[in-house]
Write a protein that binds this ligand. Structure first.
Ligand SMILES: [Mn+2]
Length: 355
C-alpha cells in the first residue's frame, strides 16, 4: 500500500474494529449508508464494508433509499441491503420498533458520501445513529475529524475500502479472502471500475491497478464487471441514447455541449432513467469540447444534471451552484422542481463567463 493511504486507512480500520467490538458486546446492528442515485462506487464501497462487518459476525446491512439498478443485479449482493421504504418484514419492524432483526442500530458507516442530505429517505436514520465512520473521496467535503477519512485524490471510495480491508487483515490476522468474499470483491472492483471509467480517467494510478488485480484474485471477474456496467444495454436504451446524442446543442465555439432529455423522451422510448447514462462522457470526448452536460427529467419531476469536463472546467464548483457536488472532472446535481428548458437556459448563461 502506498504511503499516502496508510494513515487514513489504518485509522478507519481501527474505527471499524472498535464498532465491531462495541456492537457485538451490546448485541447491536450496524447500518452502512450510501448516496441516492446509487452508482457502482457507492454500492461497491458500502457492500465491501458490510461484508467485512458480517465476516466478524456483526449484523450489518446497507441502507438503500431506492432499488438496486438492473445492471448491478449480477453482483449477487441483494441480501446485504435493507430498504427502509420497502415492503418487507425488516422495514416493517424498523418502522414500528426502530430495530433490525431484534437489534438496535449501534453504529453507522457511510461510504462515498458524507452528507445525510444526499442519502434520500435514509438520511434521517444516519443522523440518528452514533458513532459514525465516514469514508469518502469527494472534494467538496471540508470537515476533518478522527472518524472521517476523506481523500479527494483516491480514485474511488471502493479503492479506499480495499485499503481498509488490507489494514484489517494486518491488525487481526484474518485473511483477505475471509473478509472480502468473492461477491464483495466483485462489488468493490465494480466501484473502482465505475469511478475510473474502467481505468481510463486521470484518477487511475499504478496502485489503483494493483488493488484491482488483487480484487480479481479474490473473485472479481473484470470482463463480467465491465460488460454489465458499461457495455450491456437494452434496445430501448440504445435508441434513446442515439436520440439524446443527435439532439446535442453546442455553444461557445463548440467548447460546451449539452443535451436535454425531458421525461417524455424516456416514455417515448420506454427506457428507464439510466437510459442516457452513456451519453455525457461520449459528449465530453468530442474534439474541442471542454464541458459536457446531460440534463434529464425524472418521472418524479426532478431534474438531474451530469457534468463532465476535459481539462480545466471545475465541474464540482459548477454543480454546487445548483445544489450538487462531486469531483473536479465529474459532478452532478438534482433540482427538485423546475422546468427543464429554463434550467438549461440558466446553465448556458452561467457557463458563458467561465468556459
Ligand atoms: Mn465515488
Amino acid at each position: 500500500m502506498r504511503e499516502r493511504y496508510k494513515e487514513g486507512s489504518l485509522r478507519s480500520a481501527k474505527n471499524l474494529l472498535s464498532i465491531i467490538e462495541k456492537t457485538k458486546t451490546n448485541d447491536e446492528a450496524v447500518l452502512v449508508f450510501l448516496h441516492r442515485s446509487v452508482d457502482g462506487d457507492c454500492i461497491g464501497s458500502a457492500s465491501g464494508i458490510c461484508s467485512i462487518l458480517r465476516s466478524f459476525g456483526v449484523d450489518a446491512y446497507v441502507a438503500i433509499p431506492e432499488q438496486l439498478p438492473e445492471n448491478m443485479k449480477f453482483l449477487g449482493i441483494e441480501d446485504l441491503f435493507f430498504h427502509p421504504d420497502g415492503d418487507n418484514h425488516l422495514a416493517e419492524e424498523f418502522t414500528t420498533s426502530g430495530t433490525l432483526a431484534g437489534k438496535k442500530i449501534g453504529a453507522a458507516v457511510s461510504c462515498d458520501i458524507s452528507d445525510s442530505s444526499r442519502m434520500g429517505s435514509c438520511g434521517v436514520i444516519f443522523d440518528s445513529v452514533e458513532p459514525k465512520i465516514i469514508i469518502d473521496h469527494h472534494a467538496s467535503v471540508t470537515a476533518r475529524s478522527d472518524n472521517l477519512w476523506i481523500d479527494p485524490d483516491a480514485s474511488s471510495a471502493s479503492e479506499m475500502v480495499f485499503y481498509v480491508a488490507q489494514q484489517i487483515t494486518e491488525l487481526t490476522g484474518k485473511a483477505m479472502k475471509d473478509i472480502l468474499k468473492p461477491n464483495a470483491a466483485k462489488a468493490v472492483l465494480s466501484g473502482i471500475v465505475t469511478d475510473t471509467g474502467r481505468f481510463t480517467f486521470k484518477n487511475t494510478r499504478p496502485e489503483t491497478l494493483e488493488a484491482a488485480g488483487l480484487l480479481i484474485e479474490l473473485g472479481g471477474d473484470i470482463s463480467e464487471v465491465c460488460y454489465n456496467l458499461f457495455d450491456r444495454k437494452t434496445k430501448q436504451k440504445f435508441l434513446l441514447s442515439a436520440e439524446a446524442r443527435s439532439e446535442t446543442q453546442f455553444y461557445y465555439d463548440d467548447k460546451f455541449a449539452m443535451t436535454v432529455v425531458p421525461y417524455d423522451l424516456f416514455k417515448r422510448f420506454n427506457a428507464g432513467p439510466d437510459g442516457v447514462d452513456d451519453v455525457v462522457s461520449a459528449m465530453r470526448d468530442i474534439d474541442g469540447v471542454e464541458l459536457a452536460i446531460v440534463l434529464r427529467e425524472l418521472e418524479t419531476g426532478e431534474i438531474r444534471g451530469n457534468v463532465r469536463s476535459q481539462e480545466y472546467f471545475d465541474c464540482s464548483k459548477f454543480a454546487e451552484g445548483f445544489g450538487g457536488g462531486g469531483h473536479v472532472r465529474a459532478a452532478g446535481f438534482t433540482v427538485k422542481n423546475g422546468n427543464i428548458y429554463e434550467i438549461a437556459g440558466e446553465i448556458v448563461k452561467r457557463v458563458r463567463d467561465i468556459i
